[in-house]
Write a protein that binds this ligand. Structure first.
Ligand code: HSE
Length: 343
């Protein structure tokens, strides 16, 4: 199938997908029968451009990397807002990659709703709309005969949501537990090597793991949103963000990390969601794990999730939880799944 794609937001993640689409264009066509044109991009900082016949994405990427506004693209219409791009362009798939607001859903929520209402598929890594209104949006997509896909909201491209929903289909998932934030896991790993907390955080920011406001990482809010998404979209709960108990890593000292090491233990920021008789219980908190525990050996910015199931017992996935290419890939895999189900 030949998709007409519009990007709403064109930051690191959007550019990550665009680079993969350009680099793998032939391979995607030959192996998966996936063909595309990017017809529009609308980004608050990078400008906006709409060309119904399709943009030259090599040119777009080179303009963006040299800091040129997309408004200067030689053809097409410029100045379109995200909502105009969603509703008035000829795109049939909207890639929603604007910033995350886990409390209200942010502008992303309005974008996703408008796209689904207009009968367009949405593929997104934005946690806000999924955390706040995920079930409703999936229902709306169903009514409109389109898909709302969001694999990259948890663990970036490492299989998480699609893994639970499709690969483990038929299993009852009783609990999901894991390391869902790369920044905090990196900081704790560096502290074990003797680095001070603040220096490790600065390094995590330099390496691009941390959120724009790293409080979201170290206070556990990023992991809290991911636990909420897993609880609601995989475990069938209807939790609000604040129903997920939360404690971050800011109270853990270098001394605590050293002491744990002497005891053969390791501090990890663990997120979990579990079915209980009283409903789904979810939390994010630091846990001191024995080194024999599988999650204790997941180091650096790597993430991991253990799914406890009735038919398979425990199944663990380990992989990157952030990054340009890694999160770009999560959008690609959703597009390929869309292609195989609608093509
Ligand atoms: N800041 C996040 C992390 C990025 O460190 O895991 C992905 O949500």
């Amino acid at each position: 199938m030949r998709f007409k794609i519009a990007f709403i937001g064109f930051g690191v993640v959007g550019q990550g997908l665009a680079e993969i689409l350009v680099d793998k264009e032939e391979e995607l066509k030959e192996i998966y029968g996936f063909e595309y044109e990017v017809v529009a991009i609308s980004d608050i900082q990078k400008g906006s451009i709409y060309l119904p016949d399709g943009l030259d994405m090599r040119k777009v990427l080179s303009m963006v990397s040299s800091g040129e506004s997309l408004d200067g693209y030689p053809r097409g219409e410029t100045g379109w807002s995200p909502l105009k791009t969603i509703t008035k362009s000829n795109a049939d798939v909207i890639i929603e990659v604007t910033y995350t607001d886990m409390e209200t859903g942010g502008p992303g929520l309005e974008h996703v709703k408008a796209a689904l209402d207009a009968g367009k598929h949405v593929v997104s890594t934005n946690k806000g709309p999924v955390a706040t209104r995920g079930k409703e949006l999936v229902e709306l997509a169903g009514k409109k005969g389109v898909r709302f896909m969001f694999e990259g909201t948890v663990l970036s491209g490492t299989p998480a949501i699609n893994f639970a929903k499709y690969t483990l289909a038929g299993c009852e998932i009783k609990e999901i537990k894991g390391i869902m934030n790369g920044t905090t896991n990196y900081i704790l790993s560096q502290m074990e090597e003797g680095m001070e907390y603040q220096d490790a955080l600065t390094k995590a920011q330099e390496l691009g793991y941390a959120e724009a406001d790293p409080a979201g990482d170290v206070e556990g809010i990023d992991a809290q949103g991911k636990v909420q998404i897993l609880s609601n979209m995989v475990m069938g709960a209807s939790l609000k963000l604040h129903d997920v108990e939360r404690e971050g890593i800011t109270q853990i000292t270098l001394d605590d990390v050293k002491k744990a090491k002497e005891e053969g233990m390791r501090w990890k920021l663990v997120g979990s969601t579990k079915k209980t008789e009283g409903g789904v219980k979810a939390k994010v908190s630091p846990e001191k794990l024995p080194l024999s525990h599988p999650l204790a050996n997941v180091m650096g910015p790597t993430n991991a999730l253990t799914f406890s199931t009735d038919l398979l017992g425990d199944v663990t996935v380990i992989g990157p939880g952030a990054g340009k290419k890694e999160t770009g890939f999560s959008l690609l895999v959703d597009l390929l799944n869309l292609n195989s189900t609608t093509g």
